[in-house]
Write a protein of this length. Sequence first.
Length: 126
Amino acid sequence: MLPIDALTGCLPAGPTTKRDVLISFAARYRTSWSLTLRQATEAGLIDRDTAKTLRQRNPTRTELMEAVDWAPQPDLEAVLVPPRYAHAVLQSFKNGLITTSRAVEMMRGQVSAADLPARDYPDLEP
């Protein structure tokens, strides 16, 4: 379960978005995305409209792994690449520095293209 007290007063600091904070809670407490959003609404962290918007895009496996610093979790399989390396690959992917296929290749089978978070722009293959 995800206690409402854990969410109360938890606002993102710096470049972290509310979605990233909520993904972190979902990963650490191993709760569903819908429960996380319901508890965040109840705690007053987000409003119903924000919850509705966030509910349209579930976190990917990669985002959940990133939220727990790529540490092995019982429900998230073994980690095949070092956590710092995985973080660097994911940040490069999110910033558009590498393509989807390159990110998958660099992660050495740890993730598939479907596991990567959505981007607002398509890959530009050479």
